[in-house]
Write a protein that binds this ligand. Structure first.
Ligand code: C2E
Ligand code: CA
Ligand code: CA
Ligand code: CA
Length: 281
């Protein structure tokens, strides 16, 4: 065991150094990327299961890197968090999503109102002036606050009476909708569900990926959905990949769903066609 321990140190250390260097390089490049507008958004529709209609789209960031190609958020969001770039990144994402909503509204005024969902990191929620900035941006583009849904992971909300909770209430008062993201992945306490300033809860993909093969898991998900609705919130399920999952969820009276089964995230110029097309698939 002793020699193995020593080997671990020898083998692991260069790898760690490489990872650190790589992170620093990514952070430096990310700063440039923010200036050069290399960060772009793709959008994935959210479907009302009862009607099959798309009621909104979630903005998901992509880094269009000059040499590495398209970099997924999992590879740079954590680095942006760590290196203090997440606030600038978040600002750019919000600005793009709201400007894009304006463009869609102008292009398709006949389309029923739909929402754009934006993911907000915990760090952004702690930033002073966040609510004022969002309001200014909505006003500048003439987009009603009800068109914006902010997705926040549940861990942020665990501390009652926190500064985050106050910011959320201010956002709520502006008329912005709030959604709990990744529900079921943290150590959620069910009692906090009732006090949330949120309107909707997004049940994490990991809970539903096996519902079409595992009856016990399906029952569990049904119970979770009931819990959410009993708290006066509505449920969205993410990561729906099969027709059978969609059908099961519809029978469970799940309100909304999102996933590759309905559509992958798409470029902004494809969104209006998709929205008009549902329920076509
Ligand atoms: P998330 O908010 O939970 O987003 C859902 C992720 O699942 C997205 O990955 C989406 O492309 C993917 N997905 C959607 N449908 C399916 C499906 O049916 N099956 C599977 N396997 N995956 C599906 P993506 O775009 O790579 O984003 C990963 C995470 O990065 C997001 O998870 C979110 O936490 C973060 N993120 C993305 N964009 C932003 C952003 O603009 N700001 C912040 N702060 N975080 C972001
Ligand atoms: Ca999300
Ligand atoms: Ca999620
Ligand atoms: Ca997730």
């Amino acid at each position: 065991a002793k020699s193995r321990g020593r080997n671990n140190v020898q083998v692991f250390r260069p790898a760690m150094l490489a990872a650190t260097t790589e992170r620093a390089r990514t952070a430096a490049e990310l700063r440039t990327a923010l200036q050069n507008a290399e960060l772009e958004l793709v959008y994935q529709p959210i479907i009302a299961l009862a009607t099959g209609e798309a009621i909104g789209v979630e903005a998901l960031v992509r880094w269009n890197h000059p040499t590495r190609g398209v970099v997924m958020p999992g590879a740079f969001i954590p680095i942006a968090e760590e290196m203090g770039l997440i606030v600038d990144l978040g600002r750019s994402v919000l600005e793009q999503a709201i400007a894009q909503m304006r463009a869609w509204m102008d292009e398709a005024p006949q389309l029923p109102a739909f929402t754009v969902h934006v993911n907000l990191s915990a760090t952004e929620l702690r930033r002073p002036g966040l609510d004022r900035d969002i309001r200014t941006c909505l006003d500048a583009h003439g987009v009603d606050p009800s068109r914006l849904v902010l997705e926040i992971t549940e861990t942020v909300l665990m501390t009652r009476g926190s500064e985050e909770a106050r910011v959320l209430r201010r956002l709520r008062r502006l008329g912005i909708q709030l959604q709990i993201d990744d529900f079921g992945t943290g150590y959620s306490s069910i009692s906090y569900l009732r006090d949330l300033p949120a309107q909707t809860v997004k049940v994490d993909q990991s809970l539903i990926s096996t519902i079409d093969s595992d009856a016990a898991q399906a029952q569990f998900v049904e119970a979770v959905l009931h819990l959410i609705t009993s708290a006066g919130l509505s449920a969205v399920v993410e990561g729906v990949e099969t027709a059978r999952q969609a059908e099961l969820l519809r029978r469970m009276d799940c309100a909304y769903a999102q996933g590759y089964f309905f559509s992958r995230p798409v470029a902004p110029d494809r969104v209006l066609g998709l929205l008009a097309g549902f329920p076509a698939a």
